[in-house]
Every structure is written in C-alpha cells, then in structure tokens.
Design a protein around this ligand. Structure first.
Ligand SMILES: *[C@@H]1O[C@H](CO)[C@@H](O)[C@H](O)[C@H]1NC(C)=O
Ligand SMILES: *[C@@H]1O[C@H](CO)[C@@H](O)[C@H](O)[C@H]1NC(C)=O
Ligand SMILES: *[C@@H]1O[C@H](CO)[C@@H](O)[C@H](O)[C@H]1NC(C)=O
Length: 399
C-alpha cells in the first residue's frame, strides 16, 4: 500500500501559522478545512518518488477499494485542527481517508478532561511515516463549534516513531473495516465518519475536494460539494470501465496541446497524492517538442525559458464533450514552490512529466495535484462518477 520506507525519509517544510478552517454543516453535508504542506524530495528525485508512489498504488492497497482520495504518504501532508475533550485541547492531525483510526499524543500530550474515559484497551497502527501505540480512550471530538462528536473512540499515544514535531496524530476518515485488529478486545470501533453518519450529518458517500493553492489550504466536503467554491456547472462523467484504471478514480480522456491532439482517447486516473501530470512517453515527447522544453538534469523536470513561456499554448483535457483547460500558468510550477523539488527559484519548470515504463494499457496517465488544484473535484461512489468544475484558481496566475 505504501512506498518503501526509504522513500519517505523526507525533510519537513514548515508552513506553520497556516491554520485549517473548521468543519461547517448543512443538509447532509459537512466541509472540513485542511492545510497542505509539501515534503522535500530528500535523496530521491521528486518526479522519481512521485512515479514510485503511483507504482505502489497500482500494486493495489489490498482492500479491493478505490484509491484513497486524501492521504498523507507521499509528497504532501494534509493536516487539520481537531479539538479533543471538554474543554477541548487542539491537536494538529494528519488527514487521511485511507486509514480509519483517530489518535493524538505524538507531539502535544493528551489532556484528559471530564468527557474522557479510559477503556484500558491497547491500540496500535503502522503507517508509511511511522508507528504508534497507546491506549484507547472515549472522548468528545470537536471539528468545529457546531460539530461535536460525542463518545468517539480515540487512541492516546504512549509511544510513536517518526512523527515530526507539530503532528499530533491522525484523523482517520476511512471505512470501519480498516479499524479491524487495531484495538485490543474489539473487532472494529466506530470511526469519526460512522459517528458523523449516525448523527445524520453526512448523507452520502460523496467527497468534494477544493484546493486553494495560493494559501496552502483546502476543503474536503462530505456528502456532496461546496457550491460556493465552484464557478459554473459541475460536469459529471462516469468512472472508466477500462481496467486497471477502473479500479481507481479513473477516466477516459484525450489531450490537445493548442490545436493538436497529442494523446488519443485513453484511460488513466486522478490522484491527489501525486504531484505531477504523468503522461505516456510518446505523449511526453510530443509535448516536449511542441513546447521546446528541455529536461533539467538536476530535477528531472521539463524546463522552459521565459520567452518559451510566453508562447505556451493551452493544454486541454477532453472528457466526454467537456474540455478542461490548463492555461500556460497552470502548466508550470508556481515559482514560489520550486524549493519543493530542489529547483532554482527563477527557473520555470513544467508540471507534465514522463510516466515512463509505468504507463500501461488501461493505465496511461495520472492527473495529480497540479491538475486538481485548478479544478473542484467530486468523487461520487454511489453514482460511480467523477465531477469537475471551475474554481477561482482554474485560470488564476499563481506566482
Ligand atoms: C482551537 O481551535 C479552534 C478552531 O481552530 C479555535 O477557535 C480555538 O480558539 C482553539 N483553542 C485553543 C485553546 O487554541
Ligand atoms: C508529514 O508528516 C509526517 C509524520 O509526522 C512527517 O514525517 C513528515 O515530515 C511531514 N511532512 C510535512 C511536510 O509536514
Ligand atoms: C472508455 O474507453 C473504453 C475503451 O475505448 C470503452 O470501452 C469505454 O466504453 C469508454 N467509456 C467508459 C465510460 O469507460
């Protein structure tokens, strides 16, 4: 499920002071604000590490389920502020829809209050980043002032390895069965999501994701999408039937650069945990030729001059009848983010990368964070479809 540990000896880049906004509630929907943090590439080239992540994902997570929507195992961490106890103590937790335990205490110590009850059961889990073990408590969780989950099972860490300062634990938003065998004496324990469902806060298994890349924030909406975040209609299209992309959040699409089709209709996936837009080698080479980009030896990324940037054309992803455009600005890494992959601050790097031997029939491309930060995305399990809509960031000029 996770890339080898060695890939994850990553440096911590602090964007501290970035606070996620809390969860708000309306009609079977709940929106949780989170913060995004980039990890530095460490000893592995950034693009290489990202490809390795996709490869590990293709090997399957062993659950027979769609690829997780938000996890914290590769180039980015998504964190959220959660209050525990009454009165609450605030903790910074890693947001993860691929695991289901919620626990605190890796950095900031757990504070027992009058709402806290120790069950005495041992709890443990292992992640790509490290391990945790401790004791189960039942407590009140505050996601926002008007969204309080009572009687939530949480882990309180007595021992953790490899968690950085500032990260206090996990908010696990995955399904109930993933809590199996983690808590001694209990087969499964109701998750925060279960309790949100049983309170009637969340109606459907639909996740909406909105990134605000300039401020390093995001919003995860359960049970639908946030109408206030989209501009224009939501376009839905079916999950591809082509395997293996069909096992993930996959779609059929074709790609044009300017007037020319550079990729004919193919199947691939969306993945919030990949940073790049990976395309098959022949498509990458066409794109490279048309943009006159060169490969930067230091980072492995495509780079262009500012003169070449001025003549970049639109990169258009056609899904069904709908074109989704990446403007020239959306095809480059914002310069302020070049440090993430060890790039030079004044060079221009492109977000399109070669999928190399990882591209296979039925799994030709990956649209990662650099695509998803430009569109609102909806992952709709009951209707087996994906939605995309414009946001304020679709055509924004990020610097
Ligand atoms: C805890 O977080 C909430 C929401 O971010 C905030 O309103 C509150 O002031 C925080 N409390 C403390 C004690 O920091
Ligand atoms: C993300 O969290 C993990 C676990 O604490 C840590 O190892 C990693 O350095 C963090 N990265 C960032 C950018 O916060
Ligand atoms: C996707 O492409 C495949 C192969 O061309 C085709 O069989 C399928 O009907 C297309 N549409 C969907 C929704 O999968």
């Amino acid at each position: 499920m996770f890339p080898p540990k060695a890939l994850l000896s990553l440096l911590f880049i602090s964007l501290t002071g970035v606070d996620a906004s809390p969860l708000s509630r309306s009609n079977g929907k709940a929106t949780l604000g989170f913060a995004t943090k980039f990890n530095e590439p460490g000893n592995l080239n950034f693009v290489e590490r990202d490809r390795a992540h996709v490869q590990s994902m293709k090997q399957g997570n062993g659950l027979g389920k769609r690829t997780p929507v938000i996890t914290t195992n590769t180039g980015m961490n998504y964190t959220v502020q959660v209050g525990v106890g009454s009165p609450p103590t605030n903790y910074t937790l890693l947001l993860d829809t691929a695991t289901s335990l919620t626990w605190v205490g890796a950095d900031k110590k757990y504070v027992a209050t009058e709402s806290s009850h120790d069950t005495g059961h041992r709890v443990s889990a292992a992640y790509s980043y490290g391990t945790f073990s401790g004791e189960e408590w039942i407590d009140t969780i505050t996601l926002s002032p008007d969204l309080v989950v009572n009687q939530q099972s949480i882990g309180v860490a007595t021992q953790t390895t490899d968690f950085v300062l500032d990260v206090d634990g996990y908010l696990g938003l995955g399904p109930l069965d993933l809590t199996e065998n983690h808590v001694e004496g209990e087969s499964t324990v109701p998750t925060v999501m279960d309790n949100l469902h049983s309170q009637g806060t969340i109606s459907e298994e639909v996740l909406g994701i909105y990134f605000k890349p300039d401020v390093h924030l995001g919003e995860l909406t359960f049970g639908g999408y946030d109408e206030s975040a989209i501009r224009g209609p939501m376009s839905y299209f079916p999950v591809t039937t082509t395997s293996p992309a069909s096992e993930y959040w996959g779609t059929n699409l074709s790609i044009d650069y300017g007037e020319d089709t550079i990729m004919s209709l193919s199947a691939g996936i969306f993945d919030t945990d990949s940073a790049f837009i990976f395309v098959p080698t022949d498509v990458f080479e066409k794109y490279m030729a048309k943009t006159s980009a060169t490969k930067d030896a230091a980072t492995g990324l495509l780079t262009i001059t500012s003169e070449q940037y001025d003549t970049l054309e639109q990169l258009v992803f056609h899904i069904g009848d709908v074109p989704f455009v990446l403007t020239p600005n959306a095809q480059i890494w914002p310069r302020s983010r070049n440090y993430v992959f060890g790039g030079s601050p004044d060079k221009i790097y492109l977000v399109v990368a070669d999928f190399e031997g990882y591209a296979k029939p039925g799994f030709e491309f990956v649209l990662g964070y650099t695509f998803l930060e430009r569109y609102y995305s909806v992952f709709d399990t009951p209707n087996n479809r994906i939605g995309l809509a414009l946001t304020d960031y679709t055509y924004a000029e990020l610097s």
